[in-house]
Ligand binder design. Structure first.
Ligand SMILES: [Zn+2]
Length: 353
């Protein structure tokens, strides 16, 4: 007797999720950027109802695959410290692989969680790849379908326009980790790692320690002017301060040694540098951020002068953010290593590789 009949409460089996399978067929069993791009252009033309039904069936698929037993089949211990944290984003891509293999695969893997290992062919992504231009397919099927629904009928021409910037994507995916749901819509307690009982900091730590997420983020979204008359609605942030912030993030991240760099010295804190107009800085702009033992998310305010905010050239914006971020971070009382500090001083003086 399979899981679908054992559970009793389930009213349908994978074989009956015809709308989902029809919708996924054009992907050809893969989520390469090209395949996703072609698929998204096709899918956004479909009737809303069809997308909604398929998304609902997809959530049922995650519901039977995203369980503790499946998680443990791929990783023994989620909170195993800084060396081997469980990569939640990668796990979701493995589950996507099962779903893309069709109804028989979903049924088999749902019944025998250890079979999920047969789909464990996706690699851990270096955050640098996700931050850079050569962004690999970083697709979660639930998100893809949701976006197709939301953006149906809009002018999105490619997956690049359909999706947000990669760094934002990663944050969206991580924010969905709260209460350990793949889709944030189901509330069973069978998912793993279940962080519901974990204390706040531990829960946060798990989210922040996903090795696929960069430990630093230069967030310049406050300078974008989104919502004002000067800025086109839904402009995608491809050329504005937000994009400059992402490029600056990548540069600072690389200079500080990437994934291995400051992460260890910082005891796995996630550092968010918030670029904002100088007159909106709440502190004095100099004092150290609050870095208590439980403060895993560290916010550092970076005030830009009126003159600095008038910079328009994209490359000049990136250079400005890199220089000012490094200068600001070098003054923050964070546990930088010697090499970290040297890199910050070099960047702050305008040296760029
Ligand atoms: Zn923008």
């Amino acid at each position: 007797m399979g899981i679908f009949s054992r559970l009793g409460r389930r009213s349908s089996s994978p074989q009956e999720w015809t709308q989902l399978w029809e919708l996924l067929t054009p992907l050809g069993g893969t989520t390469t950027p090209d395949a996703v791009d072609r698929w998204s252009r096709w899918a956004r033309e479909l009737p809303e109802e069809r997308l909604t039904t398929a998304a609902d069936q997809l959530r049922q698929a995650y519901d039977v695959l995203d369980t503790e037993k499946h998680g443990r089949a791929l990783g023994v211990e989620p909170f195993s410290g800084i060396d081997r944290p469980f990569a939640r984003l990668r796990f979701l891509r493995v589950l996507d692989g099962v779903i893309l293999a069709g109804p028989d695969a979903v049924e088999r893997v749902a019944d025998a969680p250890e079979l999920v290992r047969g789909y464990d062919t996706v690699h851990l992504l270096d955050p640098e790849l996700a931050l850079g231009d050569a962004s690999p397919a970083h697709v979660n099927l639930a998100r893809l379908l949701d976006e197709a629904r939301v953006l149906r009928g809009t002018l999105a021409r490619s997956v690049e326009e359909l999706r947000g910037a990669p760094a934002v994507e990663a944050w969206v995916a991580m924010s969905k980790l709260d209460f350990s749901s793949a889709t944030n819509l189901w509330t069973t307690s069978r998912r793993w790692p279940t962080v519901r009982s974990a204390k706040g900091p531990r829960r946060q730590r798990f989210a922040l320690e996903d090795p696929e997420v960069a430990w630093i983020d230069v967030d310049a979204s406050m300078l974008c002017g989104d919502g004002s008359e000067d800025v086109e609605p839904d402009h995608g942030h491809h050329d504005c301060w937000v994009a400059a912030g992402h490029a600056a993030t990548l540069e600072v991240y690389r200079a500080l040694g990437g994934a291995a760099g400051a992460q260890h010295e910082l005891a796995h804190r996630h550092v968010v540098v918030e670029a904002m107009p100088a007159d909106e800085v709440t502190g004095d702009g100099k004092s150290a951020p609050d870095v208590g033992p439980d403060a895993l998310l560290v916010f550092v305010e970076l005030g830009l002068s009126d003159l600095e905010q008038t910079v328009v050239d994209p490359q000049a914006r990136v250079a400005l953010l890199v220089r000012r971020t490094a200068e600001r971070l070098s003054r923050a009382a964070l546990p930088w290593s010697g090499p970290n500090r040297e890199a910050l001083v070099a960047l702050a003086s305008g040296a760029r590789s």
